[in-house]
Design a protein around this ligand. Structure first.
Ligand code: AMP
Length: 226
């Protein structure tokens, strides 16, 4: 059996990481580990842990402590079928999580084969997030004026009412962008030094970005099972 590929996706809020992860799932059969979504589910729990995660994500807009992220990742990695490409979307998000991700992937005889960084400016990030809505049913972001008509906040796929993420305010996205610049940029630099970084221009059309990612994967990882 060929080695299954493991890819981490990093980028600031609104850079379209989850859209690219969806393409990788649909077009290349990857399994999506969505750390932000798993943490939002934890934040909904009526437990002290749920309340703590809710406060960090939605009020302080900071990073959730590494031990909680480790727990979430450990459960998620255990669910990846051993022969599938895995997309880790949202971790590592700070330098200490690099070792945590490596150690947990090692348990499943995986390692970070490629890190894809979606590059976007703060102003573009704020502009996009101010128009971003979510469909809880389809679990996907939708852009007002692009994916649905303004004033008609219903999911075009399933018809359910759309909602806003609690941390998707202008202040919230600017704070998350600062957290990204100070905590996640060093992670990107680590992968650059390790020679596994691939940067894509997040302002391009999503399909074009996916084309770049696909070409990169197919030309650099032909010995892997995709
Ligand atoms: P996202 O859905 O990727 O935008 O993440 C939403 C929020 O979840 C972030 O602002 C953080 O509070 C939290 N979060 C997501 N991934 C991580 C991570 N790897 N480490 C710590 N906190 C995280």
């Amino acid at each position: 059996m060929n080695k299954p590929l493991t890819v981490v996706l990093v980028g600031p809020p609104g850079s379209g990481k989850s859209t690219q992860a969806d393409f990788l799932v649909r077009e290349m059969g990857a399994v999506h580990v969505d750390v932000g979504l798993a943490l939002r589910k934890t934040a909904e729990l009526d437990t002290p842990l749920g309340a703590k995660v809710f406060d960090i994500m939605n009020r302080r807009k900071e990073l959730v402590p590494d031990d909680i992220v480790e727990e979430v990742l450990s459960g998620a990695f255990a669910c990846i079928p051993p022969d599938h490409m895995a997309i880790v979307d949202g971790a590592p998000r700070c330098a200490p999580q690099i070792g945590i991700v490596d150690a947990l992937l090692g348990v499943f005889e995986r390692r970070v084969d490629a890190a894809i960084s979606v590059v976007l400016s703060e102003e573009e990030s704020v502009r996009r997030i101010s128009r971003r809505w979510m469909c809880a049913q389809c679990n996907r972001p939708l852009i007002s004026g692009v994916d649905f008509r303004e004033g008609n906040e219903l999911c075009p796929s399933c018809g359910k009412p759309l909602s806003r993420r609690k941390d998707d305010t202008e202040d919230g996205v600017r704070k998350r962008f600062r957290v990204f610049a100070s905590n996640t940029v060093p992670v990107i630099e680590h992968y650059r030094e390790a020679g596994v970084l691939f940067e894509v221009d997040g302002t391009k059309d999503p399909l074009e970005i996916f084309g770049d990612i696909r070409k990169h994967i197919e030309s650099n990882f032909s010995g892997f099972s995709l």
